[in-house]
Structures are given as C-alpha cells and as structure tokens.
Design a protein around this ligand. Structure first.
Ligand code: NDP
Length: 327
C-alpha cells in the first residue's frame, strides 16, 4: 500500500453559487476521531444533491467539502474501530467524498465483494440504495401496478426502471429526448413519454383512464402539478427530489380528491441502522453481481473537472451515473 501523504486534494466551497465556487484545495489529511476510518477514495459518485449544496438550496457550513459517496480502500482505522482491516475495499455514503482521502464513521462503511469493482460500486451505491429502498419501502410497489418514473434515464431513474420491471410493475418513464427515452425502454420502461409532451393526457391514454398507482418524482417543481392530476385513486406520490426546483408548499386538502398518499423520503433514513444498511447494501450488491441490475456510467471526470460534471448534470446532458476519479 502506498504511504499516506500529508495532504489530500479536495473539492470545497466557501460560498454558494455556480460552478465557479468549486475550489480544488490541498487540505491536511483528516485526523481520525473515535469510530472513524480513513478511506483512500478511488471513485466518488456525483449526485444531484451535490448541486443543491453548491447552489445553497441545501445549507452547509463553509468551507464545505462536497460529495456524498465513494468507493475505495480503507487505509487507516482509529484504535476504537473493530472489524475493519487496513486494505479492505469498501464503499460508503457520507459527506466529504470529493477528495482523495475522507475520514468516515466506520458504521457507514461497507466492505465490497471481490466481484464488484470500485467504479461500479461508486456508480450504484447512493442511487441504488435510493431506488431499492424507495421501491420496497416508500412505494411498496406490487406486481401489476402502474408506476411512472420521471427522468427515467437519469442516475436514479435507470436503476428504478430496472428494479420496478423486476418487481413486475407496468413501468412508464419520462425523459427529455428520444435518445434518453430509448435508453429507459431498453432498461425496462415498457412505455415512455417525452417530458415536453402533455403527460396527463398521455398517461390517460396508456393506462386506459386508470392513472398511475405509484409515481416516483425526482424532478420536483415542474412535474408536481401533473403528478396530482395523473395519479390514480389511492395512488402514492413519492416526491424525492428537486432537479427543476423545490416543490412549493401544498394545501393538504388537495390530497383528499383521490385519497393520495404523499411522501417525501430521504434514503439515509432507510439505512440509518447498521442492520438496514447491510441488508440493503448486500441486496444491491447481489442485484449487480448477479447481472440483474445494469449500472450505466455516463462518464468519469478527473477531480480537477468537477465543474464540468456539475455543468453536464444540471444541463440535462447526462444519462446514468457520473463519477469523479479521485485517485
Ligand atoms: P439525474 O441523473 O436524474 O439528473 C437529473 C435529471 O432530471 C436530468 O437528467 C433531467 O432528465 C431531469 N430534469 C428535469 N428537469 C430538469 C431541470 N430543470 N434541470 C435539470 N434536470 C432536470 O440525477 P440523480 O439521479 O442524481 O438524481 C435524481 C433526483 O433524485 C434528484 O432530484 C435528486 O436530488 C434525487 N435524489 C433524492 C434522494 C433522496 O434520498 N431523497 C437520493 C438520491 C437522489 P431529462 O433530461 O430526461 O428531463
């Protein structure tokens, strides 16, 4: 194993704004606190949430290191840590992963099976845990249900459509271009609709007037009103993101029109206990290594080019997952 250097190249923000606020700094290697391990990140995943922290939609304390997940190698452990040996290949969801080295609570780190390479692990982890826990727990999707996934060719979207198809749902995907729609169809969306079309009337046509039993919406502001119209009686609306902006406050009386279940889940709360983190992580690893879940990597960007990754993601130029090569 290479010796641990004294500093780590790290992408930080000291103010909110456009991609110009992203700084690549040399920061001292973090000192390990009780219960922490030091991970030499190989690949860090790019997630839409990173842009919310950059722009200030979600608040942070400056200087703030962006990035919420990575796969790499445990290179040091605090004396208090049991069960992780140096050299273990691992993946985690925690703050501060746009860096060569990150100190992470060992409770959040999961060892990787040999069959799962680090790029695939980093590409599938946060978004895969999101998609899988939302299908199982938030949506409680059953075979035969009509399910609609917005941004179906995105990072979370492409994983959702595959998992939903595997569960036996009738999957409709939306996407902005024909190319993205084709990708969503290839991964399990039986029907796709252009996000520029009249979603409500298309859904009526496709479902024969039934509407959608479970909607997964990570787009937010632009699609929420259409969701309330195209949802079926007793349908579940899982609103989980703000790619187009945050959903404005809602008068809950509107839910009574169809007995709509509305939920705004966050993945972390489904994997808050070590037991749940391991259960869902191992289920996700199995889905990938058994070939049931395809992981699509849109591109791998150098650490110095995080700005380009954010620009591409926010500009709707990407499908599947963006990775940062951190080491
Ligand atoms: P994506 O790869 O899905 O990228 C976002 C996609 O949203 C775009 O590709 C685009 O697809 C679509 N989109 C629609 N309107 C806009 C707009 N105005 N600006 C930009 N994109 C737009 O990102 P992720 O997979 O990383 O995340 C998807 C969503 O899931 C995000 O909202 C994210 O915050 C959320 N999320 C929530 C989690 C949670 O725990 N609640 C966990 C993980 C992700 P198209 O061009 O086809 O319209």
């Amino acid at each position: 194993m290479a010796p641990i250097p004294s500093t780590s190249k790290t992408v930080q923000i000291s103010s909110n704004g456009g991609v110009e606020v992203l700084d690549l700094n040399d920061v001292p290697i973090p000192k390990l606190a009780d219960g922490q391990v030091l991970v030499r990140n190989e690949y860090s995943g790019v997630n839409f949430i990173d842009t919310y922290f950059r722009t200030g939609l979600y608040s942070s304390v400056f200087p703030f290191t962006l990035g919420r997940e990575a796969a790499g190698e445990v290179v040091a452990a605090h004396d208090s840590v049991k069960g992780f040996s140096v050299g273990t290949r691992a993946v985690y969801m925690a703050n501060g992963s746009y860096a060569q080295y990150t100190a992470v609570d060992a409770a959040k780190v999961v060892a990787l099976p040999d069959a799962l390479p680090s790029d695939k692990a980093a590409a599938a982890y946060l978004q895969g845990l999101t998609a899988w826990t939302f299908v199982r727990e938030a949506g409680q999707v059953k075979a035969g249900q009509w399910v609609l996934v917005h941004a179906a060719a995105g990072g979370v979207g492409l994983l959702l459509v595959q998992m939903l198809r595997a569960v036996g749902a009738k999957v409709i995907g939306t996407a902005s271009t024909e190319e993205k729609q084709a990708l969503a169809r290839k991964h399990g969306a039986e029907w796709t609709i252009s996000s520029h079309d009249d979603l409500v009337s298309k859904v009526k046509e496709i479902t024969g007037g039934h509407g959608i039993d479970v909607i997964f919406d990570g787009v937010g502001k632009d699609t929420f009103e259409a969701d309330l119209e195209m949802i079926a009686v007793k349908g579940s609306l899982i609103s989980f993101g703000n790619a187009s902006g945050a959903v404005p406050p809602l008068n809950i009386l509107r839910l009574g029109s169809k007995n709509i279940r509305l939920m705004r889940p966050v993945v972390n709360h489904y994997v808050a206990s070590r037991e749940d983190l391991e259960k869902y992580s191992y289920e996700l690893f199995d889905l990938i290594t058994s070939g049931k879940l395809e992981v699509n990597i849109h591109g791998v960007y150098p650490l110095a080019e995080v700005a380009r990754a954010h620009t591409d993601l926010e500009g709707r130029k990407t499908s599947g997952k963006l990775l940062i090569k951190t080491n």
